[in-house]
Design a protein around this ligand. Structure first.
Ligand code: SDX
Length: 440
């Protein structure tokens, strides 16, 4: 019997089946041969929220959740955060290798010369209420770019895909900054091509009447490291949305908008904004034990804690804690850090969290740091979406080149009624609307 196989005995029929094991998986389609009779559809797997289902083969990001390991294209995240810039890492994610100096300079030139937005896009953004959430503006404006670049629909053309990829990586900081400036009622600031990717983002956010914006080096470096840490994370919820929506061959602007929509959720990228609200609600270290008790009583989750994959400390959270200290040396230490550290200390000693292997994740410390840099909580998830756009696009490019991939269309387990006779309206019996729905 070949060793890389699995033999399954169906006790309903006493038949045995041998299926190949590849990369630690069996193909779900190999289960369809397991039937109880000729009319049987065959076995499927049932895996709500895909707890144990690989949707694709990928060479981009590797995570070992038990050991707290994260690598982009084989390079440990700690090394990349220390030695690279964000655009250098975006190149690595996209093309699989770290760029030479010539390649990097050409990549930077291309991205830098795609930071402008059509004036019509500015007018589009001016239509939002001043109080519109920046993430809503970000998602909508990215989707609107689909109407600006009709060539984006040529998704089977590598040249056209790469053109959109460069446009999107270049434009997301501009859209993010314009969302912020719209919220605070300040005029938009045009990109400054003399500045680095991150410095230019800060320029478009914070330049006022000075002739030339000068970014604080410690702040721009900390932000660039945060961009590296948030760039990709294998098949998380938003990347899965990117792949699923992209599999219909829609254009990348609409696919990125769908991925950003998933990221906005408080269980995903929206958690960093919720962490800050949680720390503000707790207020002081003395209130931490009572708050932890409410979490353990199931009233709500401890935001910024826990992870589907990491059952150890999220390696990104450790680096963010270090980054925060660098920022606080410039901005002054945030009192919320003491509350966060106390929350972490108590949680990591508590059986409830130990048993469930709940540790701080990427969102636990990032919000405190963003606030110290001058960002409002509403901007935090937008700050996550900027670098993650490079990851979503790298995963999309991999999808488009994968001969095994086709339009995503999962099956279901149907538990509804069998065929029924039609009931004319005068013969129907009233069905009480469940109490949780508003009565008309
Ligand atoms: C990101 O996937 C990615 O890689 C995402 C991300 C990326 O880079 O793309 O890493 C970014 O999204 C980080 C996660 C940010 N979200 C939060 O911080 C929100 C709070 N965390 C939880 O909602 C939760 O931990 C999730 C959503 C992150 C993971 O949820 P799972 O894997 O579905 O785990 P679960 O809900 O099944 O929890 C298992 C148990 C449950 O208790 P029991 O029912 O077994 O008693 O752990 C408990 C949960 O109630 N639990 C928590 C908790 N997280 C899980 N209890 C209290 N506080 C928490 N934060």
């Amino acid at each position: 019997m070949p060793e890389n196989t699995l033999t399954i005995t169906d006790n309903r029929t006493n038949k045995s089946y041998t299926v190949p094991v590849e990369n630690g998986t069996i193909r779900a389609m190999d289960l369809r041969q397991i039937k109880t009779g000729p009319d049987d559809f065959g076995l499927m797997t049932y895996d709500p929220a895909y707890l144990n289902t690989a949707s694709c083969k990928s060479s981009i990001t590797y995570i070992d959740g038990d050991k707290g390991i994260l690598r982009y294209r084989g390079y440990p995240i700690e090394v990349l955060a220390e030695r690279c810039t964000f655009l250098e890492v975006a190149y690595l994610l996209m093309f699989g290798e770290l760029p030479t100096e010539k390649e990097l300079n050409s990549w930077i030139y291309d991205i830098t010369h795609h930071t402008m937005l059509h004036e019509t896009t500015k007018k589009f953004m001016e239509g939002f209420r001043y109080s519109a959430h920046p993430m809503s503006m970000f998602v909508s404006t990215i989707a609107a770019l689909s109407s600006v670049y009709p060539d984006a629909k040529l998704v089977r053309s590598p040249k056209d895909r790469m053109h959109q990829i460069v446009r999107l990586i270049g434009k997301v900081p501009s859209i993010a900054a314009m969302s912020y400036r719209h919220n605070v009622g300040f005029p938009y600031v045009y990109p400054d091509n003399d500045l680095s990717y991150t410095e230019n983002f800060m320029n478009m956010l914070w330049k006022m009447v000075e002739p030339k914006y000068v970014a604080h080096p410690a702040i721009s470096r900390a932000l660039d490291i945060l961009f590296i840490l948030h760039a990709d994370h294998e098949q998380n919820c938003s990347t899965s949305a990117m792949r699923s929506v992209g599999s219909s061959e829609t254009d990348p602007y609409l696919a990125v908008a769908s991925a950003a929509s998933a990221l906005a959720g408080p269980l995903h990228g929206g958690a960093n904004e919720e962490v800050l609200r949680m720390l503000e609600e707790i207020g002081t270290k003395d209130n931490v034990p009572a708050y932890i008790k409410r979490v353990k009583d199931g009233h709500f989750k401890l935001m910024g804690f826990g992870h589907r994959i990491y059952k150890n400390y999220d390696p990104r959270a450790k680096i963010i804690r270090w980054c925060a200290e660098q920022v606080f040396e410039v901005t002054g230490r945030s009192p919320k850090l003491d509350v966060a550290l106390e929350l972490e200390r108590i949680a990591l000693e508590d059986e409830y969290f130990i048993k469930r292997k709940l540790y701080p994740n990427v969102d636990f410390y990032s919000g405190i740091m963003y606030q110290a840099m001058g960002f409002r909580p509403e901007m935090f998830t937008v700050l996550f979406a900027i670098p993650r756009t490079a990851g979503w696009l790298a995963q999309w490019e991999e999808l488009m080149k994968d001969p095994e991939q086709k339009i995503a269309r999962p099956r279901q387990v149907y538990l509804g009624p069998g065929e029924r006779e039609f009931v004319p309206i005068d013969k129907r019996v009233p069905v009480p609307i469940p109490a949780e729905y508003p009565s008309h």
